[in-house]
Design a protein around this ligand. Structure first.
Ligand code: ZN
Ligand code: ZN
Length: 333
């Protein structure tokens, strides 16, 4: 039997359903999943007016074991342990693909969105962007590295902050609590920003030196800490992006990751006169993902995880939408 978490139709609650056992198509591998995390992007897709493919299996942050491979697959074999990310496949031919920036390929397919996801016991996925996962790493702790960890790691790098610099991380959820650890490991002084005292306590326990309540965080970081060299916004809130800009020192850099639906007002005069850089950051590079797994295996980053059986998935989606999950919720198979 193969059970998976599906979005049956637009704006339906997600459900656990019996699925047919997939066959690996050419270029695909057939995986027995070990674990898959639940990400805000899953919520985003489940809440869309017109999701591109329904019904669809959700999930894009998974660890699985190769059972068999389809025609043409030479890079993986039965028994390999692999990580699946949001980047299911890319064209491999465009300028961005050839420059190692596949994550911006206009012809990409995304797991659990435009390609089948991996919140299921057994899946068939494209081999193209899979990565090998260290054997010692527990599946429930490895899974969040495939989206939350990967994205957080790249976002911190995009700030180009040097050791000793200050960095504010807005949002201490699945991505934020990992971004704090990567930043701390890179020698940055971390200020964590969130509305939840519990999440700020977690941030402190993983290396955040400063914790600030989200309300008026920009002003607080300016007045009490002299402003930040960098800010990373991992929460999908336009208000947080505005606060992040307000928190920066002159010549500071803000990196936007969380997908806020509402537009944010851009203070143009301030941005110009203070030499502010604003960047978007999406997923990461192949090398980033290898590095993230290496750091996780070495115990440098430790995701705060709660693992659940698949039947709990609908409830986990509800809790995530209420901001009621500290760290990452993961389904273990
Ligand atoms: Zn994700
Ligand atoms: Zn491409």
């Amino acid at each position: 039997m193969n059970r998976g978490v599906i979005l049956a139709a637009a704006r339906q609650p997600v459900a656990v359903a019996d699925l047919p056992l997939p066959q690996p198509a050419p270029g695909h591998v057939f995986l027995k999943m070990e674990a898959c995390g639940i990400c805000h992007s899953d919520l985003f897709i489940a809440g869309m007016e017109t999701p591109p493919v329904v019904p669809q299996v959700l999930g894009h942050e998974g660890i699985g074991r190769v059972q068999s491979v389809g025609d043409g697959v030479t890079s993986f074999a039965k028994g390999d342990r692999v990580g699946v990310t949001f980047l299911a496949s890319t064209c491999g031919e465009c300028e961005l693909c050839r420059a190692g920036r596949e994550r911006f390929c206009a012809r990409q397919l995304n797991s659990g969105y435009t390609a089948p996801g991996v919140l299921a016991g057994f899946v068939s996925v494209a081999a193209q962007h899979l990565v090998c996962v260290p054997h010692g790493l527990r599946a429930a702790e490895a899974a969040p590295m495939c989206c939350a960890g990967w994205t957080a790691y790249r976002a911190v790098k995009e700030t180009a902050a040097e050791p000793g610099a200050t960095i504010a991380i807005f949002g201490m959820g699945g991505l934020g609590h990992l971004a704090a650890q990567f930043a701390h490991h890179a020698g940055l002084r971390v200020a964590a920003v969130d509305v939840s005292a519990e999440k700020l306590a977690l941030a402190r326990s993983v290396g955040a030196e400063i914790t600030v309540n989200a309300e008026n965080a920009g002003r607080t970081l300016q007045k009490e800490y002299g402003g930040m060299d960098a800010a990373v916004v991992v929460t999908g809130s336009a208000a947080a992006a505005a606060q992040a800009l307000r928190s920066l020192k002159r010549c500071g850099t803000a990196v936007l990751v969380g997908m806020a639906q509402a537009p944010a007002e851009l203070p143009i005069v301030d941005t110009v006169r203070r030499g502010i850089t604003i960047r978007g950051s999406f997923l990461g590079t192949r090398e980033d993902l290898d590095e993230v797994f290496r750091l996780a295996a070495a115990g440098v980053v430790r995701p705060h995880v709660e693992a659940h059986p698949i039947d709990d998935a609908p409830d986990l989606f509800d809790r995530l939408s209420r901001g009621d999950i500290t760290g990452r919720a993961v389904v273990s198979f």
